[in-house]
Write a protein that binds this ligand. Structure first.
Ligand code: HSE
Length: 315
């Protein structure tokens, strides 16, 4: 039977200024999925393995029923729409904590699709997988948004148009890095979406648009001061901060240590801070760790470059 293994990285969605429309991939951390072709036109989740250092208890309820599993759900739609005469068995190895705000469900969906694509008789372009990956991701969050799954699949910083299943790559100049701190508790994306305001004023909308445009320009022009001034979220971050005790202390520690900006990664509770260069990112991360250590002694943290490679077939 044909089989392939693919890896898809963790990702930071929203990037403070682009709720549901902006995200980037990280390096190092990610999910790995092995996909094997089977004769039945269905998807079977054979195993879900939890990687080293992750809290096993938080994964216990990860469902194996295909309709409830993010990795399997995208494949079901893929089989149907591509009119495949066979199905897939999948083995998932989780490397991303569940409900961390680091795009774990997205990475499983992206890796499963990329591995399945590798065992087709004729593989599709990576971008043709976007739609199915968003379907998979929607199982976890209850909404179709591709700001984790598209960067995880394709790498880099991406503006995503989830309804249209498309994206634009943000030009990046400079040595952008991020310090990422996961406090170690699980936050359900659905819950983190329920606390968001349903409406905003026209003025807030204009300010948000200005910030998004200025940050994108600052990233492309390698202008950290512009990014520093405009990497601000007055809509989503204040609504979610109360779900992450000590969020403002951790963010303040990052800024005091020289971070250009920072906010909640995706739906949280992970906090990210943007820097230029790995050395500054290491310094910022240490400061964030010190601020988090009393309340969150078991936090996980990492430094990553911001322009990472996306999902890839391992073998
Ligand atoms: N943009 C999404 C959110 C990412 O913030 O809810 C989490 O899946």
């Amino acid at each position: 039977m044909k089989s392939a293994i693919a890896f898809a990285p963790a990702s930071v969605a929203n990037f403070a200024v682009g709720f549901d429309l902006l995200g980037f991939a990280l390096e190092g951390m990610g999910d790995t999925v092995r996909v094997t072709r089977i004769e039945e036109k269905t998807v079977r989740v054979r195993s879900i393995e939890i990687g080293e250092g992750l809290d096993r208890e938080s994964f216990v309820e990860l469902p194996k029923e295909p309709e409830k599993n993010t990795a399997a759900m995208g494949l079901l739609e893929f089989i149907r729409e591509q009119k495949l005469e066979y199905g897939f068995e999948i083995e998932i190895k989780k490397g991303i904590p569940l409900g961390s705000g680091l795009g774990g469900s997205a990475a499983s969906a992206a890796a499963a699709l990329l591995a399945a694509n590798a065992v087709l008789d004729r593989s599709l372009e990576k971008s043709a997988l976007i739609k199915y990956a968003i379907t998979g991701e929607a199982v976890a969050s209850g909404a179709r948004h591709g700001d984790n799954v598209i960067p995880s699949l394709l790498g880099g910083v991406l503006i995503v148009a989830s309804e249209e299943n498309t994206y634009a790559r943000v030009a990046l100049k400079g040595d952008w890095h991020v310090a990422v701190l996961y406090p170690g508790f699980r936050l359900d994306t659905r819950r983190a979406r329920e606390v968001l305001p349903k409406t905003i004023t026209l003025k807030a909308h204009t300010r948000a648009q200005t910030r998004l445009a200025m940050v994108l320009a600052g990233l492309a022009e390698n202008d950290p001061e512009k990014v520093r001034q405009f990497l601000v979220d007055e809509i989503i971050e204040p609504a979610r901060a109360s779900l992450i005790p000590d969020f403002y202390e951790i963010k303040r520690a990052a800024l005091d240590a020289g971070a250009i900006g920072g906010s909640i990664s995706g739906a949280g509770p992970t906090v990210f801070a943007l820097t230029q260069g790995r050395v500054q990112a290491e310094r910022v991360l240490k400061s964030m760790g010190d601020a988090a250590s009393t309340r969150y002694p078991k936090h996980l943290r990492m430094v990553s470059s911001i322009s990472a490679e996306g999902a890839r077939v391992l073998k």
